[in-house]
Design a protein around this ligand. Structure first.
Ligand code: GLN
Length: 280
């Protein structure tokens, strides 16, 4: 029977043409089959797998060869050091979005209550991470997709979150007029004709979570405009956006009279998040 090391090396070769992270993908899928962490692969490279494990492994490698994202195959993805359940109804969590969390944590003091809303929560990573890091905060997570909310709710259960409530809403449509300290969102922002939508993992992700009309800005415009009715005086609006949308974001925030407008870069040094403060 082949051992872990030889299977990994064969799988890596098989994935070389279909993935730019072939070695990592081969390892993550192996861990999924074995139900072990990655450290196990290093510790036991000579360990042999039984026939059914080998079978299961090649089936997963085959799916990956066909282009399926690893997170959809394993049904999970790590974000901010927590494992989240991921279904095909939600966007796969990206490291880029961690900058949103980092900024939100600087805005929301740890030992004070705060009201936060996460618009278009998808798998729930933003709302649930903030809920865990700020236990006194009261958080609403919305999505217009019922299937996405089901996924987000299972993540809330998994992480024993009790300070997030979920509302099925198209942006602010179902949100009672109330006042938030922070409105946060990773909305769809890719232009409809962007070629990236035809490439890699994006082909498999829900298009409604990725693309927006008006060069990717249509949903962002709704959020920036309507957030004014839902923010407290001195509340914050924090939005993730495309690396090429910094200027338009700055202009939109300014046109709608936000103050202290600042764009921040993600870990790949791309402009990724714009923050504005509402002074009424
Ligand atoms: N950052 C993602 C990408 O470019 C898109 C996420 C989104 O549209 N909100 O792949």
């Amino acid at each position: 029977m082949p051992c872990i090391q030889s299977l990994l090396s064969k799988a890596k070769d098989k994935l070389a043409t279909s993935s730019d992270s072939a070695a990592l993908d081969a390892e993550v899928l192996m861990c999924h089959v074995l139900g072990k962490p990655r450290s196990y692969l290093r510790a036991w490279p000579e360990k042999t797998l039984n026939a059914s494990e080998i079978d299961a492994y090649w089936q997963l490698i085959e799916l990956r060869q066909q282009g399926q994202p690893v997170a959809y195959i394993t049904g999970q993805k790590e974000f901010w050091s927590r494992d989240f359940i991921v279904t095909q109804d939600v966007l796969i969590p990206r490291p880029d979005t961690e900058i949103l969390i980092e900024l939100a944590l600087t805005l929301i003091p740890e030992h004070q209550p705060a009201k936060i809303i996460d618009l278009g929560t998808g798998s729930g990573i933003i709302a649930i991470t903030l809920a865990a890091e700020r236990p006194l905060a009261n958080i609403i997570a919305t999505d217009q997709s019922v299937a996405a909310l089901t996924c987000a709710k299972s993540n809330a259960t998994r992480h024993e979150t009790n300070n997030v409530s979920f509302i099925n809403s198209n942006w602010f449509n179902q949100i009672p007029i109330s006042q938030f300290d922070l409105i946060i969102s990773n909305p769809p922002y890719i232009a409809e004709d962007d070629i990236h939508l035809q490439q890699g993992d994006l082909r498999f992700e829900p298009q409604s979570a990725l693309r927006a009309k008006d060069q990717g800005l249509s949903d962002i415009k709704i959020i920036i405009s309507e957030a004014r009715n839902h923010l407290k005086i001195h509340g914050y609006l924090l939005i993730e956006h495309g690396y090429n949308q910094e200027q338009q974001m700055q202009k939109l925030f300014a046109d709608f009279n936000y103050q202290q407008i600042t764009t921040y870069q993600d870990y790949a040094n791309q402009p990724r998040v714009t923050l504005g403060r509402w002074h009424g």
